[in-house]
Design a protein around this ligand. Structure first.
Ligand SMILES: O=C(O)C1=N[C@H](C(=O)O)C[C@H](O)C1
Length: 296
């Protein structure tokens, strides 16, 4: 499968009573597709998958597949704390029509690399779908070592990796020594220009929920036109926002406020996360306004 493009990990909108607001999911999807994103992910970090029940996650897979109706490719994040639960989620997403899965290390339980390998092999054997690995040890507690990655070489379904460690050295190794094995996807937003220069053609970017045109333009400049001078200009414009998201410690809270500023409110993040306070909103809005001021 070709993973090229801007993949938006969908926010999960919540109503005042705390339930998922499915109408807003649909309106968000339509807006993103109109704005040219290339693929959608349900169950990414931005979607707060860890804060949803298994039933809610399944209902989201069903709703999104039904609403998208094949307009763009869909990837299902199936991370959980056990292999069995990942399998159940993956089977459900596959039956709903998802064409790929995003596979991170099960969180909290901290599997060894051998256990992680057995997990991915089991998911692959059971689901038979294209896999994007998701390496985010800061959140899962478990890294994906190069030994683990090499051990997956004989698995044709393991096709891409979203690298979210922030290690430029690791990104270089993936780009130089694993390009024949894995398509590289950027999961560290403030390093996007570096990823594109080193050959990544895919970006999973939470801020595209509310700034899709800017993300699509940067992809177009770097990946399609190979114009890195223009790309640097566009990346520099986005950088204050990407820095705030990656380094501010309030990723989902900021993305949700960004959606509100962009005219499609999605409610707050689920607790224990809290909405931004007034001072944080003022600072976020300042950065957001400066960015969108460049739109024609
Ligand atoms: O929602 C996600 O999944 C995202 N993942 C990247 C990460 O690993 O941090 C960043 C992206 O903006 C959202």
């Amino acid at each position: 499968m070709n993973f090229d493009g801007i993949w938006t990990p969908l926010v999960t909108p919540f109503s005042k009573d705390g339930s998922i607001h499915f109408d807003t999911v649909g309106r968000t999807i339509d807006k993103l597709i109109d704005q040219g994103v290339h693929g959608l992910i349900v169950g990414g970090t931005t979607g707060e998958y860890y804060a949803l029940s298994k039933d809610e996650r399944k209902r989201l897979f069903d709703y999104v597949a039904d609403h998208v109706k094949g307009r763009v490719p869909l990837m299902a994040g199936i991370n959980a704390t056990t292999t069995d639960e990942s399998l159940e989620l993956g089977q459900h997403a596959k039956a709903a029509g998802f064409g790929a899965i995003l596979v991170a290390a099960p969180y909290y339980c901290q599997p060894t690399q051998d256990e992680l390998l057995a997990h991915v092999q089991c998911v692959d054997d059971a689901l038979g779908l294209p896999i994007m690995l998701y390496n985010f040890p800061d959140r899962t507690g478990t890294p994906m070592s190069f030994e683990f990655i090499n051990a997956l070489r004989d698995r044709p379904n393991v096709q891409a990796i979203k690298e979210s460690t922030g290690s430029i050295q690791r990104m270089h190794t993936l780009a130089n020594e694993h390009a024949d094995q894995l398509q590289l996807s950027c999961g560290m937003d403030d390093q996007i220009l570096e990823f594109f220069v080193w050959g990544a053609r895919s970006w999973v970017c939470g801020a595209s929920n509310f700034l899709a045109p800017e993300h699509v333009a940067l992809y177009q400049a770097c990946v399609v036109e190979r114009d890195f001078v223009k790309g640097r200009e566009l990346a520099a414009r986005l950088m204050p926002m990407l820095n705030m998201l990656e380094n501010g410690g309030k990723f989902c809270q900021c993305v949700k406020y960004g959606c509100e500023l962009a005219g499609l409110p999605v409610g707050p993040a689920r607790r224990p996360l809290l909405a931004l306070d007034d001072a944080e909103k003022v600072e976020f809005k300042r950065v957001y306004d400066a960015l969108v001021a460049h739109r024609a």
